[in-house]
Design a protein around this ligand. Structure first.
Ligand SMILES: Cc1cc2nc3c(=O)[nH]c(=O)nc-3n(C[C@H](O)[C@H](O)[C@H](O)COP(=O)(O)OP(=O)(O)OC[C@H]3O[C@@H](n4cnc5c(N)ncnc54)[C@H](O)[C@@H]3O)c2cc1C
Length: 383
């Protein structure tokens, strides 16, 4: 299909991956990003094999693999340090060609930025609304400028303006927990290649080395939303996690407050469609999900590759968007629901249910866990 111009709102992981994929297929693309600077700052992301398989389609899997660090095994413990489960990820790598990797989000973003044409990226340009006409869509920017195109893709994240206009009744759903993420230089506190997940009553801690001497970690706990804490973050977490097994407090204590961020975690019930005429959605804008299955960025990258391929393969825009949705909505809806369930399981507070959940985790066969992981981590191409 020939489209004159494709407009993308948002230059996050999804917007840039889509921009690159479309440019490779010969589409004219313009990306509008609200941030006025795109700095290489970030925190740790776990990228599942499906992300790397999708990135292979645009020849970026190797650079992302080089910048990332392989996770060889996952260890799950109770807050007192009792091992619940150990899963070696060799079978995942054997089956899909890659294991899970961890990467600094800023680093992944820079890899994408280096490939997308600079002159087509308009930073400091917040999208405020759009209007649809018979044959085109017109985007309005905060500075009042209007831009016309054949297709607009809302890749503008969880609080998407495009989604709000397209589906005004969609509500975000608070997961019940807030997430803290940090980066410290103490990678020696954990065996290389380990992804450690520690479970307490209504709270959790996880960490893994990034391979560059740094270690990324997260701490999540049940709390009402909107309680942003600005000062003494590390001290507050040390108090909450006191008495937790090694290396929780050691990691928190070695992280400066400036390297800790807090995010209240939301998702949304899956939508049955993502598109209307000349507008569609992608990534967190289309399917906000909790991070409990580490699939947010991976599914966003998959969306981008499949959308570009769908447009390339179809003879009309409507056919292309239908094909895109038919490949993506069912799979992502399943992951959104599974992530929500997994988040609820991992934040159980009731002592009886907590013990029961731990027994279930301890007794679930490793083969069954690997089988589930392989299903979620597969990627099927269109082209
Ligand atoms: C605590 C936490 C931990 C996570 N951990 C993982 C993990 O380990 N692995 C994983 O795969 N995923 C993880 N995720 C999810 C992952 O970060 C997201 O799914 C992913 O970043 C989505 O990419 P995106 O491009 O859709 O959105 P974003 O990365 O949010 O990008 C959206 C872009 O749009 C821009 N924008 C917003 N509004 C406008 C506007 N009006 N006009 C123009 N531009 C706009 C923003 O500035 C931004 O650049 C985690 C998420 C959270 C909250």
């Amino acid at each position: 299909m020939k489209l004159r111009k494709v407009l993308i709102a948002g230059a996050g992981i999804g917007g840039l991956t889509l921009g690159i994929a479309l440019q490779r297929l010969g589409f004219e693309v313009e990306i509008y990003e609200k941030a006025s600077k795109l700095l290489p700052v970030g925190w740790g992301l776990a990228l599942a094999p499906n992300a790397l398989l999708a990135l292979r389609q645009i020849n970026l899997d190797k650079s992302v693999l080089e910048a990332g660090h392989k996770v060889c095994w996952v260890q799950m413990k109770t807050w007192q340090g009792k091992i619940l489960k150990e899963v070696a990820l060799g079978a995942l790598e054997e089956r899909l060609g890659n294991s899970i990797i961890t990467i600094n989000r800023g680093c992944l973003h820079q890899i994408l930025l280096a490939v997308f044409s600079e002159s087509r990226l308009h930073i400091g340009n917040r999208v405020t609304s759009y209007k649809q006409y018979d044959k085109q869509v017109v985007l309005t920017l905060e500075n009042g400028q209007e831009v016309e195109g054949d297709l607009l893709i809302g890749a503008d994240g969880i609080h998407s303006i495009v989604r709000r206009q397209l589906f005004p009744y969609t509500q975000l759903h608070y997961s019940g927990y807030t997430a803290w993420r940090g980066l410290c230089n103490s990678s020696n506190l954990l065996k290389d290649g380990t992804y450690l997940s520690i479970l307490g009553h209504g709270m959790r801690f996880g960490c893994t080395p990034l391979g560059d001497g740094t270690l990324c970690w997260y701490a999540t706990y049940l709390t009402p939303p909107g309680k942003a804490i600005v000062d003494h973050r590390s001290a507050l977490l040390l108090k909450r996690y006191q008495n937790w097994c090694f290396p929780v407090c050691e990691i928190i204590a070695s992280t400066p407050d400036s390297s800790i961020i807090q995010t209240d975690v939301y998702d949304a019930d899956p939508l049955v469609t993502w598109s209307d005429q000349h507008v569609t959605l992608l990534g967190d804008a289309a399917h906000p999900m909790t991070p409990d299955m580490n699939q947010g960025a991976a599914s966003t990258i998959e969306d981008a590759i499949i959308l570009a391929d769908s447009l390339q393969l179809s003879s009309t825009l409507q056919e292309g968007l239908k094909l895109y949705e038919s490949y993506r909505i069912k799979r992502n809806s399943h992951i959104v629901k599974q992530s929500r369930q997994s988040g609820q399981m991992e934040h159980i507070k009731n002592p009886l249910l907590y013990s029961l959940r731990n027994v279930v985790y301890a007794w679930t066969p490793v083969e069954m866990l690997l089988k589930q992981l392989i299903i979620v981590s597969k990627f099927e191409t269109l082209l």
